[in-house]
Structures are given as C-alpha cells and as structure tokens.
Design a protein around this ligand. Structure first.
Ligand code: NAI
Length: 329
C-alpha cells in the first residue's frame, strides 16, 4: 500500500523507517498536518497515518474518499479529531493505538505535579545564577494528600498505582468503576464528590460530549481552595477562560497542562521567533503557578516504539484483509 504519514517530525520518520524496513508498504512523510486544506495531498495514496492535531473532519473525509483512501491509521489513542460516522459512511476504516505506554503519560502527570509543587524548574535556574535562596520555593508533602482521578482506564489506573506509592489517598470517578482499583484502595465517588475532596485532580478521561469543559466555573467553585489541577488528556476537558479566572481568584493553586484546547496551531512547532497571537495562552503563561508542556506526555522511547510497531501491524492487517484488532467503530 501507498501510505501518507501526516504531521511528521524527524523523530517520527526515524521510527517508521527503522521499524518498517521489512514491510512491503511505501511510506511518504508530510510535515504538514492533515486537514481539509491539505487533504488533496493524498491523491495516489491508499491510507493515511495521522496524529493528535490532524483534523479529520467531514470535509476532509469527503476529499480522502474521493482520492481513494481506504484506511485512517491514528498513531495515538484518542480519536476525538476524527469524524468516525463520516468515515464509516464512506467505508473508510479507522484504526488506532489504544495503549502504547500508559506509564509514559502517567509519569508525565507526576512530573507536572512534582515540578509545580517543589518548583524544581525555578530552583534549577536560581542555582545556576548563583541564587541559593529558598524564598518562594516551599512545597507540600504529597504523602497523605487526597488525589482525585477522573477516568480510571489504562492511564488513570497506572497513575493511581504511582500515586499510591507516594502514600496519597485516592478518590476517583469513572463511568465504569474498576474492581482492581478498589482492591488497591481507590474509593470511587460521584464526580462532584471528587471535585470537593481532592487536593490534586488529574484528568484521564477521553474528550467527548459528556467531558467537554468538565473543568468549568461550576466545578471549580466546588473544589478546595488552592487545588492543583493536572490535565494530560485533552485540552477541551478544561474551559481555559474559567481556569484563568480560577487562577486569578487563587481558587486554583496550581495548574499543570500538557494539552490545551487551542493547541492545534501552536504545539509541536518552534514559534520562538514569532509573535504568539493566542491571548489565553499568554495569560496562562503569566501565572507563576502554571506549567504548560507541549503535548509531550506520550514522548518516551518506549512509547514511540510501541506507537510505530502497532500502527504498522494495524496497516498490515488491513492490507491483508485480516480482522482489525484496534479498529475504531
Ligand atoms: P482508556 O480508554 O483506557 O480510559 C479512559 C477511561 O475514561 C475509561 O475508563 C472510561 O470508562 C473513562 N470515561 C469515559 N467517559 C468518562 C466520563 N464521562 N467521565 C469519567 N470517565 C470517563 O484511555 P487511556 O489510554 O487511559 O487514555 C486516556 C486519555 O488520555 C485519552 O483519551 C487521551 O485523550 C489521553 N492521552 C494523552 C496523551 C498525551 O500525550 N498527553 C497520550 C495518550 C493518551
């Protein structure tokens, strides 16, 4: 098959070239993202490989279908950026990488918590400048704190196990409660109770109609004063303006985000010489208690290998007419 791989950086290409060596398929790498304006690049291809910020909406799918694309292979777990119904109507199959490294994302969530709390990023800069003062660097013990986990699937469950190791009390909300986590000592509560009881709230649920802007004015008002909110899931789980108001009023004590609702035109690019026009991001960056990373929670060697090899298995199974284990329906 002829496959167009979108939103590729040098590291994506390097991993595909390494693991696709024995494959009969031909891969072409495009730096641009896939959207309705770039979809015509898929002429002469059979399949597309896309990532988190490619916009595979109805209009894009119309063009993909006209160009004869038969398969959309997501090299990520979330598929909120693909119009699944539109693809099905055009008989285009969708596959994804459901769980490539839950540890990568869970560990990054912990990195955000520890950095915000113990301010190691500030300490690093201070010491390098010969400033050995501790003023403003005081943190709090994680031991004994209540951590609220929203979404206890593969990543949320891994995060629970890690936080248990810190001696935290774990409360959680999920539409499907996990018996295994209950055995670990996780208490499942209503969503509102999790908001009320947690010192730290970490989001690990998918983005859908029920979860969009889950963190909003109303839910923030229920939270403890000085709460820490961590989002490594999808940007639109948080209403950014409401979060900014929560930070301004000091209701939110710390915000750590690896994802941002308007990240599509920012993340994964070096814009250090540009004038950034996103006022919400600039406002967020003005708070000393906000830490933003550029959707990198997945970015470990182990995860990259798993993403690449599973995507290749998905494509190969499709090309051979085999059952698609990782199909999105
Ligand atoms: P998963 O499918 O294993 O778990 C999701 C959990 O959320 C399930 O237990 C499900 O029952 C629960 N859920 C569904 N609707 C819910 C609701 N309304 N309220 C509460 N819980 C709900 O997914 P996984 O692998 O744990 O990934 C979680 C999310 O993490 C993905 O949807 C994706 O958006 C994000 N992610 C972010 C990455 C990053 O680099 N920042 C990398 C990989 C995933």
């Amino acid at each position: 098959m002829e496959i167009a791989v979108f939103s590729t950086k040098p590291y994506d290409q390097a991993y595909f070239e390494k693991y696709a060596q024995d494959q009969a398929h031909e891969f072409s790498f495009f730096e641009t993202s896939l959207n309705r304006h770039t979809a015509n690049l898929t002429i002469d291809f059979d399949a597309v490989v896309v990532f988190v910020n490619d916009s595979v909406d109805k209009a894009t799918i119309e063009i993909l279908s006209t160009n004869g694309i038969q398969l959309i292979a997501l090299r990520c777990a979330g598929f909120n950026n693909v119009d699944v119904e539109a693809a099905q109507k055009k008989n285009i199959k969708i596959v994804r990488v459901p769980a490539y490294s839950p540890e990568a994302v869970a560990e990054h969530a912990v990195a955000l918590i520890l950095t915000l709390n113990r301010k190691t990023h500030k300490a690093y800069n201070r010491v390098r400048e010969g400033n050995f003062s501790l003023n403003g660097l005081m943190g709090f013990n994680l031991h004994g704190k209540t951590v609220g986990v929203i979404g206890t699937g593969t990543i949320g469950a891994t995060f629970c196990r890690v936080m248990k190791g810190f001696g935290c009390n774990l409360v959680a909300f999920d539409v499907q409660e996990s018996a295994e986590l209950k055995e670990l000592g996780v208490t499942f509560l209503s969503l509102n109770e999790v908001f009320k009881q947690a010192d730290i709230i970490s989001l690990h649920c998918p983005l859908n109609e029920q979860t969009q802007h889950l963190i909003n004015k109303k839910s923030i008002a229920m939270m403890k004063d000085g709460v820490m909110i961590i989002n490594t899931s999808r940007g639109a789980l948080v209403d950014t303006e409401d979060a900014i108001n929560g930070l301004s009023s000091k209701k939110i004590g710390y915000l750590g985000i690896d994802v941002y609702e308007q990240e599509e035109n920012l993340f994964y690019q070096d814009l250090s010489e540009s004038i950034i026009q996103d006022d919400l991001l600039l406002r967020l960056n003005s708070f000393p208690n906000v830490l933003i990373t550029s959707h990198q929670a997945y970015f470990t060697k182990e995860a990259m290998k798993e993403i690449t090899t599973t995507t290749l298995v998905n494509i190969d199974a499709f090309s051979k007419g085999q059952e698609l284990e990782n199909e999105v329906k």
